[in-house]
Design a protein around this ligand. Sequence first.
Ligand code: SF4
Length: 132
Amino acid sequence: MKELTCIVCPIGCALQAEEGKDQTFTISGNRCPRGAAYAQEEIRSPRRVLTATCAIDDPAVNRPEAPIGSARRLPVKSSQACPREKLDELLQAVYRIKAKLPVQSGDALIRNWNGTGIDIVATRSLKSIGSF
Ligand code: SF4
């Protein structure tokens, strides 16, 4: 028996996955079908949406006179869930990005990473901060 917490919605149902003889799993504890689907995928091929920040290619970013609270990194996320075993590799790709401003929320900074169909997109719009 495997125990999982469903992360599909804020309710967070406690799920139990019972393995059958034919390597199938029977899921219980879910209040809706999405929980069963989540558990099946989590057992067989766990995936996560990556959220991170990337560097900004703007010479003003690191100047000491940059306004307090001005963005020094750009928040980004993956456009779809990534296989968990590839998350570190994807994160390294994100850390190599130097985003050119301006950026609109939703702009793809990496497209179709390694042929997976996963894009890395900005989650915030940011204008150049070099004009202060
Ligand atoms: S099983 Fe359904 S109700 Fe329960 S946490 Fe998952 S999505 Fe939400």
